[in-house]
Design a protein around this ligand. Structure first.
Ligand code: NAP
Ligand code: GCO
Length: 268
């Protein structure tokens, strides 16, 4: 039995693609993977986003290369993957992070708005995973991490499209794990709870009287940790699932939620 080494959590020599990682959760995970030794690449659907991300990585002292690519555009994704493979190397780690949310009551949501969320949050991870898996197979293995959500498990008002997408992403994660595990590819999900990022800023806005947003107070009462997640809370879980330390973890959704899913909520 070989002795355990913390080096199993290292990512030295690995190429990691984190989609949409120009700020927020993806940016933090990309930085943590770089600090663990990975060569990081990211994408955004326009040049301005790539430049915004490149500036943020430079300011953080992290080397990362950005590519203009919309995760819903399969030819563009295929071209990006080929370009990364030519310029950096075969992708060993894929984090399907790019995503949007639209908070609209379902009966008021147009079919087009519903489709847009499904396209980015579910079709995107399918398209990008499909593009990187052949290279992983040739290389002898790889890691795919899909960024799921509390809404992979729970519903709430106004997020029908997002919940449908993230529920589907949970099952896509399990199916990739089932279909490609024999090639030493591990596909897992990370399910962040409620995190303080641009995506949730509307839910945390201070009220006119300076009090907390009602949803902010609600989440604090529903979270045993009594706080919103900070992107730093995702660094360790992301590096773990990207590293050899998780080589026998497959098809798992790791919820990083401060305990929300385990808790009935504080009595009012
Ligand atoms: P965010 O700040 O909005 O970051 C998402 C990034 O994806 C943005 O940079 C966005 O571009 C980019 N993007 C959107 N559509 C794209 C496309 N078609 N192609 C390429 N990039 C695209 O959100 P976040 O809070 O960091 O969330 C990141 C992931 O975590 C998402 O999948 C989200 O659903 C999930 N998540 C978030 C939370 C939370 O509480 N924040 C909790 C659970 C799960 P722009 O900058 O131009 O918008
Ligand atoms: C919302 C929030 C959530 C979080 C996250 C929770 O409107 O309920 O945006 O969906 O983003 O997905 O895990």
């Amino acid at each position: 039995m070989s002795p355990f080494s913390v080096d199993r959590f290292r990512l030295d020599g690995k190429v990691a693609l984190v989609t949409g990682a120009v700020h927020g959760i993806g940016f933090e995970m990309a930085c943590s993977m770089a600090q663990a030794g990975a060569k990081v690449v990211f994408n955004h659907f326009n040049q301005e986003g790539v430049e915004r991300g490149s500036a943020a990585y430079k300011e953080a002292g992290i080397e990362a290369r950005g590519y203009v690519c919309d995760v819903t555009d399969e030819p563009s994704v295929q071209a990006m993957v080929q370009q990364v493979e030519a310029e950096i190397g075969v992708i060993d780690i894929l984090v399907n992070n790019a995503g949007i949310i639209k908070r609209i009551p379902m009966t008021e949501m147009s079919a087009e708005e519903f489709r847009q969320v499904i396209d980015i949050d579910l079709n995107g991870p399918f398209i990008v995973s499909k593009a990187v898996i052949p290279g992983m197979i040739k290389k002898g293995g790889g890691k795919i991490i899909n960024i799921c959500s509390m809404m992979s498990e729970l519903g709430r008002e106004t997020v029908s499209a997002y919940a449908a997408a993230k529920g589907g992403l949970k099952m896509l994660t399990r199916n990739i794990a089932s279909e490609y595990g024999k090639y030493n590819i591990q596909c897992n999900g990370i399910g962040p709870g409620y995190f303080a990022t641009p995506q949730t800023a509307p839910l945390r806005e201070r009220q006119a009287d300076g009090s907390r947003h009602p949803f902010d107070s609600f989440i604090i009462a529903k979270t045993p940790a009594e706080r919103w997640g900070e992107t730093e809370d995702l660094a360790g879980p992301a590096v773990f699932l990207a590293s050899p330390a998780s080589d026998f973890v497959n098809g798992h959704i790791l919820y990083v939620d401060g305990g929300i899913l385990a808790y009935i909520g504080k009595q009012p």
